[in-house]
Design a protein around this ligand. Structure first.
Ligand code: S6P
Ligand code: ZN
Length: 193
């Protein structure tokens, strides 16, 4: 880990940073129960456990004052008519925000609060998305061929709560209808106990 100030480069197209400490690779099998069309999910998984997205992270101490940052790359594709997406999470320390800067591709960020508000923001190269404290977030690649590449940064002590989304899902899904991305209600969403 670097002691003083440092820079990294994010080469485009592609988005793999010039240096990183962790490379996280998430495949279809880690998303069981998250895609609405379970039949398509199982059929696809039986063929291949495809890579849905990758995260390149710069390590920083998980203490107040530090910022974790890195690059997330969501590959293009669909499970049934639902686009490839990240697992999505609340921060374990709910009162922490996050900033995403879209570098390449086309997508949407699906967000919601424990209180039931929801929002979906379009992601395009050059767009900066501010996610306030309390908002769970999931990135979705709605592009046909290109990776969705984003720089992100958030407080290093935030941590991740994946369990809530694994249990209840997001209220909204992004699916393809008439060759266009479309936001629909998640029929399997269920309120937390
Ligand atoms: C972490 C930040 C991103 C995500 C990445 C993958 O707070 O939001 O680095 O980790 O986009 O998504 P997920 O839901 O699998 O962590
Ligand atoms: Zn986050």
């Amino acid at each position: 880990m670097q002691d003083g100030p440092f820079t990294i480069s994010i080469a485009l197209p592609g988005g793999i940073p010039s240096q990183y400490d962790h490379h996280i690779v998430r495949t279809l099998s880690s998303m069981r129960g998250q895609y609405a069309d379970q039949g398509s999910y199982e059929a696809m998984l039986a063929r291949e456990d495809v890579v849905l997205y990758e995260v390149y992270e710069i390590h920083r101490p998980e203490v107040p004052g530090e910022l974790l940052h890195g690059v997330s790359i969501v590959h293009p594709g669909k499970v049934g008519d639902e686009y490839f997406m990240t697992k999505g999470h609340f921060h374990a320390v709910l009162e922490t925000a996050e900033v995403y800067y879209c570098l390449q591709g086309e997508g949407m960020m699906v967000m919601e609060t424990p209180e039931g508000e929801w929002a979906v923001e379009e992601l395009r190269p050059g767009k900066v998305l501010y996610i306030p404290p309390r908002w769970a977030h999931r990135s979705v690649n709605t592009g046909r061929e290109k990776d969705l590449v984003m720089f992100f940064t958030y407080p290093a002590y935030a941590g991740h709560d994946y369990g809530t989304i694994e249990r209840q899902g997001f209220r909204k899904l992004v699916v393809e209808r008439d060759s266009q991305p479309c936001i629909v209600d998640n029929p399997r969403w269920r309120a937390g106990e």
